[in-house]
Write a protein that binds this ligand. Structure first.
Ligand SMILES: [Zn+2]
Length: 71
């Protein structure tokens, strides 16, 4: 199931939450009930493009792969 990452705009608390599409813009901070900003997981794409071959899931064919859950 998809979860969305959020950061609180008031206390900077980071948390992940599973929400439906219509609710994902209305998530409140679990600590202070403040407004939150959705964090997009763009860093995953930066990692694969940075020359770190161990994170390339598409080319994984080794049984010893520890970074790929598809093995
Ligand atoms: Zn907060």
């Amino acid at each position: 199931m998809p979860t969305y990452d959020y950061r609180c705009l008031k206390c900077s608390e980071k948390f992940s939450k599973f929400v439906s599409l219509k609710e994902k813009d209305q998530v409140k901070c679990p600590k202070c009930d403040g407004d939150t900003q959705q964090l997009f997981t763009g860093f995953l794409y930066k990692k694969t493009g940075g020359g770190d071959n161990s994170t390339q899931s598409s080319s994984c064919s080794k049984n010893s792969c520890s970074g790929c859950k598809g093995c």
